[in-house]
Design a protein around this ligand. Structure first.
Ligand SMILES: [Ca+2]
Length: 424
């Protein structure tokens, strides 16, 4: 029996994974709010990072989309919506920044995605987020799309800090067959369990994953689960019952894309339900992020932003993101603080109580901004710009230039302004 599209598959096994880590030993009580210092003194915090692929800024219910995402809408409404959140315009650079906390120009990954035949991966000398979390005592698991190179065993997720990995190494394989091609002459099977092809898991993966998780299970450790979904990246494939939700959608491409996001939405709901059932939920920080803007040619919409995936217009780099956690001090708020995908590295390490060295990092610890100032005080972000091919400057910075002397309000923060290209 076919297992459904990759997103469903990953979410199902993601649930299995969470279920396997349901016991965390003795817990101390803590109040409803927390910061880095409190986390150090109390029980460890679990991280669920959900990275979705090519979801457009306009393709989520709370941005007015015609795509139904009730689970995501509710999670975001109960958390902090990040409305000034930036990523890179394509897959590998964004993911490299999440893993290293550094701009891709500092890791050699600034050119494009890593193609299957390219002998490239994350630089071995730069510690990754899961490597640092392992040092802090975390169990680290990855399910889903890697797309950060696989030319050597040391480049694989299991070579870069994840204690278990089940997923795909390339960027756009078939959701059903796991066939992935880099040109017609270079195709292969891309579903891997650790460092080996998982041929046998194509139809019966969940059972095997249970075994895998049970083998690696340590109930006393905090959890970092990187759930990296290939939905809603091409190829646009989805089980029929999700398609039927959009029978009225006349655009076939858009219909399939929308159905993939609904499938994803359902799956995230299963993950959260399992978090509740397993008792992990109350001490979990769930971060949801798209890796780049939507691709209009593949059904995505970034409305009202201009441009899309692969461009440095807002539609390519301003992404859907939110944080959901019972531990947030302020919930149900919209943050317009400038936050970038590279910021998760120091932010999560800070929450984990890991020793911090900011040497070489481009990311900032933005937990205080999210947790305490989530109501839109953009000037409270430690970040004033994002460096890429273009510089982005927050209104706060502009307001302190000679040309803009108007004081900021605390309720309205304009989007960053695109400045001239920079070589620095
Ligand atoms: Ca992508």
């Amino acid at each position: 029996m076919r297992g459904g599209i990759l997103s469903v598959f990953f979410l199902v096994i993601g649930v299995t994974l969470l279920g396997g880590l349901s016991c965390l030993g003795e817990h101390e009580s803590m109040d409803d709010s927390f910061g880095t210092e409190k986390v150090k003194r109390f029980r460890p915090t679990h991280f669920i990072f959900i990275m979705v692929d090519d979801q457009g800024y306009g393709d989520i219910g709370y941005h007015g989309s015609d795509i139904h995402t009730p689970v995501l809408d509710q999670l975001a409404a109960e958390g902090v919506k990040l409305e000034n959140y930036y990523v890179q315009p394509i897959c590998s650079p964004s993911r490299s920044q999440l893993m290293t906390g550094r701009y891709q120009i500092h890791t050699g990954l600034q050119h494009s995605i890593i193609r299957s035949r390219q002998p490239l991966c994350l630089p071995p000398g730069i510690p990754t987020l899961p490597e640092r979390l392992v040092e802090a005592g975390y169990a680290t698991h990855m399910v889903g799309k890697w797309h950060l190179g696989f030319c050597r065993p040391s480049c694989l997720p299991t070579g870069r800090g994840f204690q278990s990995f089940l997923g795909t190494l390339t960027g756009s394989g078939d959701h059903f067959s796991y066939r992935s091609c880099d040109g017609a002459e270079a195709c292969g099977f891309d579903l891997h369990d650790g460092d080996r092809p998982a041929w046998e898991m194509a139809g019966n993966y969940s059972t095997l994953l249970v075994k895998q998780i049970l083998r690696s299970h340590d109930p006393h450790k905090p959890l970092f689960l990187y759930l990296s979904l290939q939905a809603a990246h091409t190829p646009l494939q989805v089980p029929d019952h999700f398609l039927h939700r959009y029978d009225s959608q006349g655009n076939r491409v858009r219909r399939h894309y929308a159905a993939m996001l609904s499938c994803l939405d359902d799956g995230v709901g299963q993950v959260v339900q399992e978090l509740r059932t397993s008792g992990l939920y109350q001490n979990t920080v769930l971060i949801y992020s798209s890796d780049n803007g939507g691709q209009p040619l593949s059904g995505g919409s970034n409305w009202p932003l201009r441009g899309g995936k692969g461009t440095y217009w807002e539609g390519g780099i301003r992404a859907v993101a939110f944080v959901h956690s019972p531990l947030l001090k302020k919930k149900g708020v919209v943050s317009r603080a400038l936050i970038h995908v590279s910021d998760w590295y120091p932010t999560l390490l800070g929450l984990a109580g890991a020793p911090q060295s900011h040497r070489g990092l481009d990311g900032h610890d933005v937990w205080g901004t999210i947790n305490t100032h989530g109501g839109g005080f953009c000037q409270m972000s430690p970040r004033s710009f994002v460096k890429g091919l273009y510089k982005f400057t927050s209104f706060h910075t502009i307001a302190h230039s000679s040309a803009f002397e108007s004081p900021l309000t605390t309720t309205q923060c304009p989007v960053p302004t695109v400045m001239k290209p920079t070589n620095s």
